[in-house]
Ligand binder design. Structure first.
Ligand code: URA
Length: 449
């Protein structure tokens, strides 16, 4: 078959054979297909779907499109990872890598950039000056085998190149929300890492790709089945994504909150701390390091209070190109504000916008989707030609259930470039005033909260 015959076969309702899928993935990773052709492949998979066998074949072919990592038998049981289907304020992965490497696990984490309105771990880590997320397979092996114990990197031309091509085109072709595409994208990366256990966080709710629990369950089953086919232990958490998971939404600001998590204390949001501890605890149990998830979560919290998780983060940062001086500043122990971390990264401070509540009462809801869309839009200013402005972000000063008085401050926003600052601030104020109405509902004297 040639490329257009492959498309016609799917279009007419036939399933692809293993050979068809391999040919397709070879063509995708060869770089010879045009943007239109990639778009057509994505839209076909999105609309026609794939059965479970085709999904496994697609995942295997994508994994095999580049180099893969493998580990000595004595090490492999400790080599694990975690991945999320994508959320807002979902800065769970980097603190997990730091906490778990501090506790002796190995984490070869291949992540993605932001997809649609959701944030991407790689974009967040690249907001740290000097951080290099494009590692060679050799550098990845070196990080895992050394006392660093892990890395956070993106797909490259050498590692899972097929996912790199497809992933980059999914936001602009409206083909994100697809069980075969999400399953193969995530598991091709996880299989290439050679891990023995995976914790998956499948999000559902208005700010997730799967908006209902039932859709999330179907995706969770697909990921679990495909992962088990690789001999991985897979545990899937299905978690809600209605409100931002953390207080911060954006790249540099989410790094700041992750560092607050690793410092212990309660500066970072409770929801974020809880998810990092629970999902890390589960991985510790899967490797046999502890008997229960709860014991694992307690060990993780301990790595925050004894400073070992911060030290692990410092090793990861330095190993991936961050200067020792900056890594020292970011991984210093202490309760620092988001503003302080931004200043240590050499970024402009957040400017504070006061939002006034129409009445005294309690925050009943915060719409993660509206806020994520505002950040997404503002972080890609025209002057940067589609490139990301890592400084754009929001810090929420209230969470659901907080009491507010009239004229309480609710959000901080950040923007750094004076050329676009005024316009952006005007746009943001406009968006926030809508967000205030649509996204932040204030219930007057709600007794339930
Ligand atoms: N994360 C990925 O790596 N791929 C997806 O499709 C969604 C989330």
């Amino acid at each position: 078959l040639d490329f257009s015959e492959l498309l016609e076969k799917k279009l007419s309702g036939e399933r692809w054979s293993e050979e068809d899928v391999k040919l397709l993935v070879r063509l995708v990773s060869s770089g010879r297909l045009s943007g239109q052709q990639i778009g057509a492949v994505l839209m076909l998979i999105f609309t026609k779907g794939m059965d479970a066998e085709e999904i496994v074949q697609l995942t295997s072919a994508m994994t095999a499109s580049g180099e893969t990592l493998s580990w000595p038998d004595s090490l492999r049981p400790l080599v694990v990872d975690k991945h999320s289907t994508g959320g807002v304020g979902d800065m769970v992965s980097p603190p997990m890598v730091a906490s778990l490497t501090a506790l002796g696990l190995k984490l070869p984490m291949i992540s993605g950039r932001s997809l649609g309105h959701t944030g991407g771990t790689i974009d967040k880590m690249e907001s740290i000056p000097g951080f290099n997320a494009s590692l060679t397979a050799e550098q990845m092996r070196g990080a895992v085998m050394s006392d660093v114990g892990g890395f956070i990197a993106g797909q490259t031309e050498a590692m899972v190149p097929a996912d790199r091509v497809l992933y980059a085109a999914r936001s602009e072709t409206a083909t994100i929300r697809s069980v075969p595409l999400i399953t193969s994208s995530i598991l091709s990366k996880k299989a290439a890492e050679g891990i023995s256990a995976l914790v998956m966080d499948v999000k559902f709710g208005r700010a997730a790709f799967m908006t209902t629990f039932e859709e999330a369950r179907i995706l969770a089953e697909s990921i679990e089945q495909t992962g088990r086919g690789y001999g991985m232990k897979v545990i899937v958490f299905i978690t809600e994504m209605e409100r931002p998971l953390a207080r911060c939404i954006g790249n540099a600001v989410e790094v700041a909150e992750a560092l607050q998590v690793l410092n212990g204390g309660d500066a970072a949001s409770a929801g974020l701390r809880e998810l990092v501890a629970r999902q890390s605890g589960c991985l510790l149990r899967l490797t046999g390091k502890v008997a229960t998830d709860e014991a694992g979560a307690a060990a993780v919290r301990n790595s925050w209070s004894d400073g070992s998780a911060l030290k692990a983060m410092r090793r990861i940062l330095v190993n991936q190109g961050v200067s020792e001086a900056l890594a020292d500043k970011l991984c210093e122990r202490g309760q620092f504000s988001v503003q302080e971390y931004l200043s240590r990264m050499g970024r402009e401070p957040l400017s504070v916008t006061q939002l006034s509540s129409p009445a005294s009462g309690f925050v009943s809801d915060i719409d993660a989707l509206s806020l994520a869309k505002i950040c997404h839009q503002l972080s890609r200013p025209e002057r940067l030609g589609g490139k990301l402005d890592h400084s754009t972000g929001l810090e929420l000063l209230v969470v659901k259930g907080d009491a507010v008085k009239q004229a309480n401050g609710a959000l901080r926003k950040s923007s750094s470039n004076p050329q676009w600052e005024n316009q952006a601030i005007e746009d943001l104020l406009l968006a926030l005033s809508m967000a205030q109405k649509d996204a932040v509902d204030f219930l007057d004297d709600s007794p339930a909260l």
